[in-house]
Design a protein around this ligand. Structure first.
Ligand SMILES: [Zn+2]
Length: 169
């Protein structure tokens, strides 16, 4: 499969629709210093509609990224599947709004990599855990048990007789 670069040169584009295909993969994430995702593969189908005053870019994200699980700390695979639209137009920076990219006059290309990265980050669920199986996150039971053990040891709520024994040590 061939993919487009993240830089769209729009000056010479004809009015109307243009198709793009972008690939976000492990190389992409590791190339971004600020990336909290390190691994994954997401394919983005883009459709750019150029009109005289502005451009609209419709993006369709599909793939998966690897994230650490909030519960057990092990990596799990998070499915990515969402659509998004962004308007690209010339103007002043204070016109900046959600779902909009403002370009300075005279610019002839726009780099979409940061926007695409941010969109993926914003699409992630707040609760990042292994996918649920029968209503329970499918974490490795052994790791969870270990974590629970640690939790219990720090518990202040131990039997007073044990506390007395501990003092004797
Ligand atoms: Zn987990």
């Amino acid at each position: 499969m061939e993919f487009d670069t993240f830089t769209i040169s729009f000056e010479s584009l004809k009015l109307g629709e243009h198709d793009y295909k972008f690939l976000v993969d492990t190389t992409f994430f590791s190339g971004l210093e600020y990336s909290e995702i390190q691994e994954g593969k997401v394919i983005i189908d883009g459709q750019l509609i150029k009109s005289t005053r502005l451009m609209e870019l419709n993006l369709d994200f599909k793939g998966e990224v690897v994230l650490p699980c909030d519960l057990c700390g092990e990596n799990y695979t998070q499915t990515i599947s969402f659509k998004e639209s962004v308007v690209i137009k010339f103007g002043d920076e204070q016109d900046q709004d959600e779902g909009m990219i403002i370009l300075k006059r005279g610019e002839s290309e726009v780099n979409m990599s940061h926007y695409i990265y941010e969109s993926i980050i914003l699409s992630l669920p707040i609760r990042r855990v292994h996918p649920e199986v029968k209503g329970k996150p499918s974490c490795d039971e052994a790791i969870l048990a270990k974590l629970n053990d640690k939790g219990n040891q720090n518990d202040d709520d131990i039997d007073p007789r044990w506390s007395a024994l501990k003092k004797l040590k």
